[in-house]
Design a protein around this ligand. Structure first.
Ligand code: GMT
Length: 377
């Protein structure tokens, strides 16, 4: 098949999933065209089946902001025609599904390209709350030939938010369980936990929805009972506020800010627990990365997290904001090696059995095939 993929290429779960999907499809012999603003961050090695089409944005004095989404639509239309794309896969309704809808309408009717949209979360759960964007996001979803979401929770929220009854299939996110697997990372542990302190880890883009302030408060409760340290990986709008908070709580000695990291797998290997106390989380790919690495998750029950982390088996979840419960769970696990080992093994097994890359890629592949065959029947 000839497949176009459009996604946010920068660090983040949706970009990682879209890029890994494109790479896996290329390995399976499909021709994959990334239509993007920058080279996707996890692209890695050259593959002759992968083409990158980077968008140039034009500027013009009368236009107060560059017309990104129209330029993207025009580039998509060009690539559809030039390479006879059969599938255009948009990762996020806004802007990608909307630009794909425009592109489909720009090309001649001889090009029967099918638009697949995968919903990753915040365009539905955050941006659609804004009246100025609601209808355009809904249009992107309604006009796609097929829509998938990364959890059942997100399917339901999308139907509720937009009052739509169209089919939306759940295709869960997936993980490369060779890349993320249990290993020792003594060099990292020696740097941050030289006296064998317990290491708690969080990785995110430091947006408000991640509730990192809750995490810092929760960590303080844990550290009062167990020798522990907290590694914070990532950057984003809340970073400075969290730095200030760490200082005002006198936690500077025990909390480390590592910034954005390219290669996060070794950090999971160094950690004892992964923490995800989010307000909203459609899936929580980072929780899955932790599980595949054999690291139990302490988190909230927001959105799709309970579909990934099984309560009491691969981690412990508590209602959003219940930092006492999260801290109690963390201490219980850190003080009980037998329960910890059971949970670590169960987390790894769940990642391997339920979220293998191969099986999810095949689900996307058969969705594409159904759409293409349907248009020929
Ligand atoms: O969590 C973020 O803020 C990043 C965002 C993204 O664009 O990568 O993550 C969303 O998509 C991921 C991949 O499907 C999901 O694992 C995350 O749960 C989801 N984030 C939210 O719903 C807040």
């Amino acid at each position: 098949m000839r497949i176009g993929i459009s996604c946010y290429p920068t660090i983040g779960g949706s970009g990682a999933v879209a890029t890994e999907l494109g790479k896996a499809l290329a390995r399976r012999g499909h021709q994959v065209h990334f239509i993007v603003t920058d080279i996707p961050f996890r692209l890695g090695q050259f593959d002759p089946n992968i083409y990158i089409h980077e968008m140039d944005t034009m500027t013009y004095p009368v236009l107060r902001t560059p017309p990104h989404d129209f330029t993207l639509a025009a580039l998509m239309a060009d690539i559809i025609e030039r390479y006879q794309l059969q599938i255009l896969h948009a990762h996020y309704a806004l802007p990608f599904a909307v630009s794909a809808f425009l592109a489909k309408n720009m090309v001649s009717k001889d090009h029967d390209v099918k638009v697949v949209t995968t919903l990753h979360g915040t365009d539905v759960t955050v941006l659609a709350q804004d009246k100025s964007l609601y209808e355009v996001i809904k249009l992107g979803i309604e006009k796609s030939d097929a829509v998938t979401a990364v959890s059942n929770s997100l399917v339901q929220q999308t139907k509720d938010v937009f009052s739509i009854s169209r089919d939306i299939d759940t295709i869960y996110n997936f993980i490369d369980t060779d890349l993320f697997q249990p290993r020792t990372a003594s060099h990292i542990r020696n740097s941050f936990a030289p006296n064998d302190e317990k290491l708690l880890l969080h990785v995110s883009n430091f947006r408000q929805v991640k509730r990192i302030d809750d995490l810092v408060r929760m960590f303080k409760l844990v550290r009062n009972r167990v020798e522990a340290r907290l590694l914070l990986v990532g950057e984003g709008p809340e970073l400075n506020a969290i730095r200030d908070m760490v200082q005002s709580e006198s936690l500077e000695r025990d909390v480390f800010f590592l910034g954005n990291q390219d290669d996060v797998a070794p950090l999971f290997n160094a950690a004892d627990l992964f923490c995800l106390p989010s307000q909203k989380e459609s899936f929580g790919l980072v929780a899955l990365e932790a599980m595949a690495s054999g690291v139990p998750v302490i988190g909230s029950t927001a959105g799709g997290i309970p579909e990934v982390v099984q309560q009491g088996k691969s981690g412990f979840l508590a209602p959003v904001g219940d930092i006492r419960a999260m801290a109690d769970y963390a201490v219980r696990l850190l003080q009980n090696p037998a329960e910890y080992q059971r949970m670590s093994a169960a987390a790894r097994s769940r990642a391997v059995e339920e979220f293998q890359m191969e099986s999810k890629v095949k689900e996307y592949e058969s969705l594409y095939r159904r759409l293409i065959e349907h248009s020929h029947s």
